[in-house]
Design a protein around this ligand. Structure first.
Ligand code: ZN
Length: 285
């Protein structure tokens, strides 16, 4: 079996009505999905969800399973009085302690707000990739994602990873501004493909219902899209609850993909991004 790296998971209590996952609970779900390593994202913005899961807690949990769990750090750009917060020293300390990326960016500001740009600037200096959740409020952007294109252009040292509804609906050239989980065939020429093709520092994760839906709404388009963008896509689940349904793994297994594409999306791209061995055996495949 091709080993998998999951670039998008969560630990801890995030929702009032759910206890969330313990490290051991997450690992038992990952075992069943063939996932050998997983990125655990911190949650430090008030928009998602009912509670915070701070970076320090994520680092402590990941330290219990250093061969399996990889911590990412986060900080909300709105700390302190406007213009007074410098995220660099905070993030530098996290990076020195072993955090391999910034995420999840869940900040309820425009995606290219000046406060957000200070975070991207720090991530550029520290060479931290940034996971961007993009919806109607968090990291908000105009149709066609012009703000995303500006930051991708302005910070070429940062690998940005697109995720969530308002990113993935742009897989189609026809976008309903009210629709978050569009159905039906993808119209070729969407902005997601255009931006992925144009910018080497933009990638996308296939996690959550948004990632799955962008592919499953049009399986024929999905197979061709995965082949074309195989170096830009990352396997991910967005696991955060013990009973959460995960469809992406079985869906990808059912698609007629080349072995090279399967390996790239399941683990090679993530290994490259995270500085892990790009080798199935070393990952325990
Ligand atoms: Zn997430």
């Amino acid at each position: 079996m091709v080993p998998r790296i999951d670039t998008h998971t969560h630990l801890g209590r995030l929702r009032r009505d759910d206890p969330g996952l313990t490290p051991e609970g997450l690992l038992s779900r990952l075992d069943r999905l063939g996932v050998r390593r997983a990125v655990v994202l911190a949650v430090e913005s008030p928009e998602e969800l009912d509670y915070y899961v701070p970076t320090t807690q994520v680092m402590d949990w990941c330290a219990r399973h250093p061969g399996r769990l990889i911590p990412f750090c986060a900080c909300d750009p709105r700390h302190r009085y406007p213009g007074r917060f410098d995220p660099y020293p905070v993030l530098a300390e996290y990076a020195a302690a072993g955090c391999r990326g910034f995420g999840e960016n869940l900040c309820g500001l425009p995606i290219d707000d000046p406060m957000q740009r200070r975070v991207y600037e720090a991530c550029a200096r520290l060479r931290l990739p940034v996971v961007l959740h993009i919806d109607r409020w968090i990291n908000r952007d105009a149709p066609g994602l012009p703000g995303l294109e500006r930051i991708v252009k302005d910070y070429p040292e940062v690998t940005f990873i697109g995720h969530a509804q308002c990113f993935w609906r742009e897989i189609s050239a026809e976008v309903d501004p009210e629709g978050l989980y569009p159905t039906g065939p993808v119209v070729p020429g969407g902005r997601v493909e255009e931006l992925l093709s144009r910018y080497p520092n933009l990638m996308a994760d296939l996690s959550a219902h948004s990632g799955y839906n962008a592919l499953a709404r049009d399986p024929e388009h999905a197979a061709a899209f995965l082949e074309r963008q195989r170096h830009k896509l990352l396997f991910g689940t967005d696991l955060l609850a013990a009973d959460q349904r995960i469809d992406i793994a079985a869906f990808l297994d059912g698609l007629p993909l080349s072995a090279a594409t399967r390996e790239a999306v399941y683990f090679r791209n993530a290994a490259r991004l995270l500085g892990l061995p790009d080798d199935a055996r070393a990952l325990g495949g």
